[in-house]
Design a protein around this ligand. Structure first.
Ligand code: FES
Ligand SMILES: [Fe+2]
Length: 466
């Protein structure tokens, strides 16, 4: 694991690699100014969770969700559309600033197709480039991580500055006199930070990260993305479509049945409240069962030295809240951890699951790792934790079934609407006209059910608690 940023609180910056105009803008206000949810918003969300527990049918006006076509999980054509239009156009988690802490540090990244190098520039700006030499395509860096003030391709030693510009071509005399080095810099990939977390986007025309995140950017301020350190990052290969794996983490319907002793004591699945956000993101909020004091459970589970994220508000401390950051990030954020699970498609029927733990500080205690446990028999010395094993246990068999003749379609309940909304957004991002009609989902969840709209509030006010 790499070291942290020497204890100081870095000023997070936004910088698009393709636009070098003007100084970087700060995202985060000074510590102590994190915008917390106000008391009335917290009270309303708590009341809505109780209302969700009391209702005897889906909320008034909530659309019946048509079955989703089976082919969305088994069609090579649909998979190709996802890769081209979703993973090439979305903001994707790439890493943590702790992995490239100093100017000159760089790391390879290739979780979404093209090989990329992410560089902490000598000028302090973090940028991403295709790791493809502009001469004859050799990789410019060949190690996973490194540190150098220049990037030099090993094949013929073309040399680039950390801002991507080409500054050295051996035997320059043999190229034409008008051979313009300034047109031959490394090709950029969009790269922006949310606090210390690095995101990339292959689409040079994509909206800025902060706009893509929408209301989530404000809600995540209290989780101190500008101060959290990288504690653990491991990946595992799964034998199922990436959506099969990810959807196991996008509803709590399954919690009492496959997590009776792990998650169920912490999450009351009947009182969960899903909120759908623009761009396919979503939040699930659920209190602990009435007999569980969540703060007490966490205090027992968390060894001394693990520092709580002091700005986290009441809901993050007392409830489970899990966010989908479209397309492939799911994270239950709390006052102890920012632990995203990332689902990377490696083929139609295989997925790389990346398990990340970020936390504020852990003193002299071992670095926290929420999702993996030691296992000397595994290549990286780690195994998925019991909760992750529970969530992934059916993936391979589901995929096998899905490719058989008995799997026709997927009926989803109101409680699984986060999954349906995710699929609607997949089709929207691909462009509905490009999706073969038999594979489309009907866009029945309209904007009236997407933040900031929520017809459930009015219904709850008409039906006060008895
Ligand atoms: S391929 Fe990189 S210098 Fe020739
Ligand atoms: Fe689960």
């Amino acid at each position: 694991m790499s070291r942290s940023l020497s204890g100081e609180r870095a000023t997070a910056t936004v910088e698009s690699a393709h636009s070098q105009v003007g100084p970087p803008e700060p995202i985060f206000a000074a510590r102590g100014e994190a915008r917390m949810m106000d008391a009335s918003e917290v009270a309303q969300l708590k009341a809505m969770m109780e209302w969700e527990g009391r209702r005897t049918a889906p909320p008034e006006g909530f659309p019946a969700l048509p079955d989703m076509p089976a082919g969305r999980y088994t069609s090579a054509e649909y998979y190709a559309l996802e890769v081209e239009h979703v993973f090439r156009k979305s903001w994707l988690f790439a890493g943590h600033l702790d992995e490239i802490p100093d100017p000159g540090c760089w790391m390879r990244w290739h979780n979404a197709g093209d090989p990329i190098v992410i560089v902490h520039g000598m000028d302090g700006v973090v940028r991403a480039f295709h790791n493809t030499c502009r001469h004859r395509g050799a990789p410019v860096v060949t190690e996973d991580r490194g540190k150098s003030s220049r990037l030099m391709c090993g094949y013929h030693n073309w040399t680039y500055k950390t801002d991507g510009s080409l500054v050295g071509v051996p035997e320059r005399r043999d190229f034409p006199a008008d051979f313009d080095l300034s047109c031959r810099g490394l090709l950029p990939v969009r790269c922006e930070l949310f606090g210390k977390v690095i995101f990339v986007n292959f689409d040079m025309e994509a909206m800025p990260l902060i706009e893509w995140m929408g209301p989530i950017a404000r809600e995540w301020e209290e989780f101190a993305f500008d101060r959290i350190r990288l504690a653990a990052r491991h990946s595992f290969d799964l034998q199922c479509n990436w959506k099969v794996a990810m959807e196991a983490n996008m509803e709590v319907y399954h919690v009492p049945f496959i997590h009776p002793n792990t998650v169920a004591p912490l999450v009351d699945s009947t009182r969960n409240l899903n909120t759908l956000y623009p761009n396919g993101h979503a939040r699930m909020l659920a209190p602990p069962p009435r007999q569980t004091d969540r703060e007490h459970v966490r205090a027992i589970d968390s060894p001394p030295g693990w520092q709580q994220i002091d700005t986290v508000g009441e809901l993050g401390r007392t409830c489970t809240q899990s966010y989908t950051l479209f397309p492939n990030w799911v994270s239950p954020l709390s006052n102890y951890f920012v632990p995203p699970l990332l689902f990377w498609p490696t083929s139609l029927t295989t997925t790389r699951l990346e398990l990340v733990t970020m936390a504020l500080d852990w003193g002299d205690a071992p670095a926290p790792d929420l999702w993996t446990v030691p296992d000397a028999s595994q290549p990286n010395g780690r195994q998925m934790s019991p909760i992750i094993l529970e969530d992934t246990q059916f993936g391979e068999a589901i995929q096998h079934s899905m490719q058989g003749s008995a799997f026709r379609s997927v009926p989803l309940s109101y409680q699984e609407a986060r999954i349906y909304s995710f699929h609607q957004n997949l089709d929207a991002m691909i462009g509905v006209d490009k999706v073969p009609e038999p594979l489309r989902v009907a866009p029945v969840i309209g904007p009236d059910w997407v933040w900031p709209n929520d017809p459930r509030r009015a219904q709850m006010e008409r039906e006060p608690a008895t």
